[in-house]
Design a protein around this ligand. Sequence first.
Ligand code: FES
Length: 288
Amino acid sequence: MPPVDITDRIEQSTRADRPIRVLAKAVRRRIGPGWLRDLLHGVPLGKPLHPPVANVSLGLWAAAAVLDVTHSDPRAARVLIAGGIATAMPAAAAGITDWSVLHREQQRIGFVHAISNLTAFGLYTGSLALRMAGRERIGRMLSFAALGASGVGGYLGGHMAYRQAAGANHAESVSHLVPLGWHDLCEIGDLPEGRPVTRRLGYIDLFVLRVGGNVTVLADHCAHLAGPLHQGRLVSEDGMACVVCPWHGSTFRLADGAVVHGPATAPQPSFQTRIRRDGILQVRPAQT
Ligand code: FES
């Protein structure tokens, strides 16, 4: 059976839904809103933190495998394995934080991804202990098994990122779907006061909020996983008006769509507005 068929089956299987639900809830409760959660999501980086940190572990472990295969420098192999183990911990913390706010199908793949990586972590830890006890040969065998487990984990991680678009910017297409220049959107008089609504512009939905004579327009589908921002809460963060996504709580500044809190790491596309004399609201993509 092709590997992608296996991942499709995992995606559809409901068997592990109960532990997944309990674990995701526990992670969300443990890592509550705040700077740590934003850091683990990668908000300061502008992209998810988990993949680059995980790649460091994989790279170190792969390098150790090369030394093992060529039977060269056992001490360097030990250092590489220890480095991989050390960097796997922050990678896991970032990964499980992202995972706790994904769709269920993504969480099912992520659950198996985590089990594979946990297996690799345990095997590498055992391998390192054996090597340090002078049992080099069995330590090497354990490392090869660990590399296989981390390869499975990597494959599943790729499936999540590229097939299920976990961690991708779900508002990226907006700039390609809206031509530059001004576009008629709706009559200003049709917009309710102080309550976000959605309006369609060509192929995309827009979040539109009128407060007095000011109108704020953002892309409506959240950059995290495309949740409907117009159903979100309006809040004030450090004196700035923001909208909170109803799905997982990403918070965007209304003035320019900047991310204030994750899980989203990419800004929400924003639009400039003007009102024609006949009361038609026009919008154009904000220059970045
Ligand atoms: S869709 Fe997840 S925070 Fe908006």
